[in-house]
Design a protein around this ligand. Structure first.
Ligand code: PFF
Length: 450
């Protein structure tokens, strides 16, 4: 017996939820630092091209399959299949997606826990609790378990409430806050000394880097991760979308919001690094690369906040609130993938499935915390570098070849008969069958063999 399915109550609710999934640590941390180490604006241009050329079509494949099948990723891929072979392959791909979404959530939770701990730190400082502050900002197993666990609980609490009352309500509340904090922080940072040097590094392109295969691969991986593709997240969100909405248009909005916020986040992060440099912080590694990893977020930026005096506490509080919010709206979308599958496949209640699966995923997070960083790096590579692009190809092939063409076109027409007159209608159905999978595969094999 399957439980009644939820639905987003409005178009805006869906857009904020899908954009909330897309806009995450990948945008605010990943994108700016990849840009800085890959030739500045040259990377931004390649990224935008790939986001619209390869990631957007793959996003549409997920949204269309999801809304058509109105089911979780496993049932959806199995049910659109027309013969036994594709049914089994579809089911297998669906389960693989569920596993990869869960694994991404397991490491994302650990990183989100770091953000949460640093968010609490300014409060401890204001209250004069120096031991607590020290504990919150020092990397330890106990801190990571507690902060990651708290984050995981918040995530489960939202997902247990369902689509409209959980995902939609919280995305609608948190996304405007995220944007407001981001803009305020940018305005503040851009007025600090040194910011303009950072802006130049970010916005003046080094075109000589554009043809480097490494840059293109980084940009593709970043685009897939940033749009939450390849693991069924967008498919499941699409399955809760009303048939009245224009899918290609909504897909464009989500892609635009995601790429724009990544770009805007660059206006905060890169200038901040150079303001820190202005105040004497070391921002390059021994090999002359810009510091980009955890050291950037948890050492370079905190030194910068400290140098700002009292207002620095407020800025630090706002910055880590921004990071935590971005992580929450992405994490809920990851948890929804296994939870929707469990609820619909076993008939289990949503809260029960949520707390059960959420706990299993947190158990994996704990393994990562204890085996940091070896296992952590392995899981990140397995999920984002190898699995997401290949699963993205599978979704394109299922939309292009397995889903009956008449049904595909009918799904596109639903809610937007005018779509037949547009470019999308003429190009996408053929593009998603052949060109898009081939282009993704070429880039992928380049990256694996390189
Ligand atoms: N898009 C998120 C980010 O940019 O941080 C990460 C993500 C969310 C990846 C959801 C995969 C996913 F299913």
């Amino acid at each position: 017996m399957s439980a009644p399915r939820g639905q987003f109550s409005s178009k805006l609710g869906f857009i904020l939820a899908a954009a909330g999934s897309a806009v995450g640590l990948g945008n605010i941390w990943g994108f700016p630092t990849q840009t800085a180490s890959n030739g500045g604006a040259a990377f931004v241009v390649v990224y935008f091209v790939l986001a619209f050329l390869l990631a957007y079509p793959a996003l549409m494949a997920e949204l269309i399959i999801g809304r058509h099948a109105r089911a979780n990723v496993v049932t959806a891929l199995g049910s659109i299949s027309r013969n036994r072979l594709t049914h089994w392959i579809g089911t297998g791909v669906g389960y693989y997606g569920v596993i990869i979404a869960s694994l991404i959530l397991s490491f994302y939770t650990v990183v989100a826990g770091w953000m949460l701990a640093h968010w609490f730190d300014p409060i401890a400082d204001v209250l004069g609790m120096s031991a607590a502050s020290e504990w919150l900002t020092t990397n330890s197993v106990s801190r990571n378990l507690l902060a990651g666990g708290l984050f995981a609980l918040v995530n489960m609490w939202i997902i247990a409430r369902g689509i409209e009352n959980g995902i939609e309500r919280w995305s609608t509340r948190l996304m405007p806050m995220l944007l407001a904090i981001l803009v305020l922080l940018i305005i503040y940072v851009l007025t600090r000394p040194g910011a303009m040097e950072g802006l130049t590094v970010y916005l003046v392109p080094d075109w000589s880097r554009v043809t480097e295969p490494g840059l293109i691969i980084d940009a593709l991986g970043q685009a897939f991760f940033s749009l939450s593709l390849g693991v069924g997240t967008m498919l499941v969100y699409g399955s809760y979308l009303s048939k009245q909405e224009n899918l290609p248009g909504i897909g464009v909005i989500v892609t635009l919001v995601d790429t724009s916020i990544a770009f805007i986040a660059g206006l905060l992060i890169i200038p901040s690094i150079y303001v820190a440099k202005h105040y004497g912080t070391k921002i390059f590694t021994e090999t002359g690369e810009l510091i980009a990893g955890p050291d950037l977020i948890f050492q370079v930026l905190p030194t910068l906040f400290e140098s700002m005096g009292a207002i620095g506490l407020l800025v630090a509080f706002a910055f880590f609130a921004l990071m935590t919010i971005a992580a929450v709206t992405s994490s809920i979308s990851m948890l929804e993938v296994p939870v929707s599958t469990a609820v619909e496949q076993t008939g289990m209640s949503r809260p029960r499935a949520t707390y059960l699966i959420g706990s299993i995923i947190f158990a994996i997070s704990s393994l990562l915390i204890f085996n940091f960083p070896a296992l952590f790096v392995f899981v990140i590579d397995l999920t984002t570098k190898y699995s997401e692009p290949l699963l993205g190809v599978a979704f394109c092939l299922f939309a292009g070849w397995v889903l009956h063409r008449d049904k595909l076109l009918a799904e596109l027409r639903e809610g937007s008969p005018q779509v037949e007159k547009g470019l999308f209608w003429k190009i996408w159905p053929a593009y998603v069958r052949v060109f898009c999978p081939i282009l993704i595969l070429i880039t992928f094999f380049h990256s694996v063999s390189g």
